[in-house]
Design a protein around this ligand. Structure first.
Ligand code: FAD
Length: 555
């Protein structure tokens, strides 16, 4: 490889670009990340770090940093539905502070509340700590072109205006919803470009809690006579709040006075506060048809733009980064096959489409209340309306608050680099996650006798778990992986509860923690299996052999 060619150029230093850079760095891959700003976050968007993202943070050694972030861990995470903060409460879903809820049995981690202005610096420090990663802030991608061998990108220094060219083997656009990388690659987005024109406002008011009787809560959803119209979120669990005028498909521009009046309406009284930032934005429902064109890829918001309802956007993007990272590493190291990089779209695009749809469904449910002119009236009719709306809304909104299935239950059904075992797929439901080691799924968590999670066994290369098996029995796959120079470890396990969960004697887990294959016997053709999972299966019968768990007899 030419020395002056960077293996991977990442465009965009948001959470997804930083996670990709850090993960590539951990895998020993040189990369350059270019970010047009200095990395400061003026208005934090994401604040829910989902449970799967926390599992990746565990792999990256970042859990302590997330837990130490300044968001108070005892701050109740209730979601309240109300006419105003000083008005009527219609319903409430109670949640304890993040640090007060133990991880669920399905994971060694819990989801975390860590707003972007706290989480991005953690990811930035992680990426910067990798020897192989170069972070270049205030450096904008201006344009790029690719040929069969490389990508040539033009970068501009935001301070001096100086331009330079940089060559890379691959370029990954983590450059957000208006991605230049996506546009240059000609990748089309499909879906609905405008769900709502929404305005977010961060305001400071250290004494807000003393102005009302609803107590501490994470999210407040305001329902007026016209229906659901705004929300307030406790953005740092202290003095800052994010007020959101949800809006609709009509573009709206508010004056500062209108914004202040809307905040006072939500609180239900006059009070003093300071507006820190105003961000009008468009809520979209889009996913790219394909995430790759030649040497270029897209990940995160560049590949899917979704409503924040549910908190899936960044978490989906970090899933993209983890899926793409090991594949780029494999190809750059020479053990990844010709089909490996295409499997990125096959695996991640359906997950993007799924999560985009779920997020829009959450929005629709939240807005489905409709008009109730009497809802704030101090009358019997008003009270009855509140009771009915409160009951129905509380029931309906649970789907947004309980989403273990979304975060842990995504699967790579039909992936060209996983070999199905013929077992039926568990239902793919927002709320319920059914732990399974079925090929294509996240290898499930169980605690091991030594205190580790099964998840702690995965992450570098392939991991072959052998339940009640020794290395001699696993030799065919060990040797096949060695023959193909694929990083591979064999881990014998003798813990019955883990064996019961994984359900087969041998389970092959990929570098990203997903199951590639499982069986009670070594495969009849070990080399063929290793070629499949490293994206090098080819020939007219490759697909047929992959599809049929017992088709080893197919030539
Ligand atoms: C109100 C709100 C709340 C949300 N809450 C959550 C939540 O709780 N959980 C969750 O998972 N998601 C949430 N999201 C979504 C989440 O914020 C995004 O999905 C996430 O920030 C996407 O990360 P990204 O790295 O893909 O893109 P971005 O964060 O948009 O980062 C893209 C980066 O690329 C840079 N860039 C762009 N063009 C160039 C260029 N030409 N050259 C160099 N750099 C460039 C930009 O400056 C930017 O820093 C929320 C969104 C909103 C609006």
């Amino acid at each position: 490889m030419q020395k002056d060619i960077v293996p991977v150029l990442i465009v965009g230093g948001g959470p997804v670009g930083l996670a990709l850079a850090g993960d590539l760095g951990c895998r020993g891959v040189d990369c350059v990340l270019t970010e047009q700003t200095d990395g400061s976050i003026y208005q934090p968007r994401m604040d829910l770090v989902g449970i799967r993202t926390m599992e990746f943070c565990r792999r990256w050694g970042l859990v302590a940093a997330v837990e130490a972030s300044p968001y108070p861990r005892d701050y109740p995470q209730d979601n309240i539905y109300l006419t105003s903060l000083t008005g009527y409460e219609l319903g409430r879903e109670r949640f304890p502070g993040i640090g007060q809820a133990p991880p669920p049995p399905e994971s060694p981690q819990r989801r975390e509340r860590c707003p972007q202005n706290m989480f991005d610096p953690i990811l930035r420090a992680f990426a910067a700590a990798q020897k192989r990663v170069t972070l270049r802030y205030r450096t904008r991608l201006v344009s790029f072109a690719q040929n069969a061998d490389a990508v040539t990108a033009e970068l501009e220094n935001a301070d001096t205006g100086a331009r330079e060219h940089i060559s890379a083997r691959y370029i990954v656009g983590c450059d957000g919803a208006r991605s230049l990388v996506r546009e240059t690659l000609g990748l089309q987005m499909q879906g609905n470009p405008v769900l709502t024109y929404t305005t977010n406002v961060i305001f400071r008011c250290p004494h807000l809690l003393s102005l009302h009787d609803k107590g501490k809560a994470y999210r407040h959803i305001f329902i007026g006579p016209e229906g659901t119209w705004s929300t307030i979120v406790a953005i740092n669990g202290a003095d800052q709040w994010r007020f959101s005028i949800i809006g609709n498909t009509a573009k709206q521009q508010y004056t500062v006075d209108e914004i202040k009046a809307a905040i006072r309406r939500a609180v239900g009284r006059d009070f003093e506060f300071e507006i820190l930032s105003v961000l009008p934005w468009v809520r979209r429902e889009l996913v790219a048809e394909t995430y790759r064109n030649g040497r270029g890829f897209i990940a995160g918001d560049a590949a899917h733009a979704m409503s924040p309802t549910g908190g899936f956007g960044m978490n989906t993007g970090i899933g993209d980064a983890v899926d793409l990272s090991w594949k780029l590493a494999a190809v750059l190291e020479g053990w990844g096959g010709g089909g490996l990089l295409d499997s990125y779209t096959s695996e991640r695009q359906p997950v993007g489409a799924r999560n985009v749809a779920e997020a829009s469904g959450n929005l629709r449910r939240m807005l489905s209340v409709g008009a109730h002119p009497q809802i704030a009236d101090d009358t019997l009719a008003g009270a009855e309306t509140r009771k009915k709306v409160g009951r129905e809304f509380s029931e309906m909104m649970r789907r947004e608050w309980f989403t273990l299935g979304i975060h842990l239950g995504y699967r790579y059904e039909g992936s060209p680099i996983c070999r199905p075992d013929g077992s039926p797929a568990p239902p793919d439901e927002a709320r319920t996650y059914v732990p399974t080691a079925r090929p294509g799924h996240r290898a499930p968590h169980a605690w091991l006798a030594d205190g580790r999670s099964t998840l702690d066994l995965f992450g570098r290369g392939f991991t072959l778990l052998g339940f009640g098996a020794d290395a001699e029995e696993a030799k065919p796959l060990i040797e096949a992986a060695r023959a193909r120079r694929a990083p591979f470890v064999f881990v014998p396990l003798n813990e019955p509860h883990v064996a019961a969960l994984y359900q087969r004697k041998f389970v092959l887990v990929r570098p990203d923690g997903h199951v590639a294959w499982r069986d009670d016997h070594m495969p009849a053709e070990s080399l063929r299996l290793i070629d499949l999972v490293r994206g090098a299966a080819s020939g007219p019968n490759a697909a047929a052999w992959r599809e049929h768990a017992n088709a080893d007899k197919i030539a």
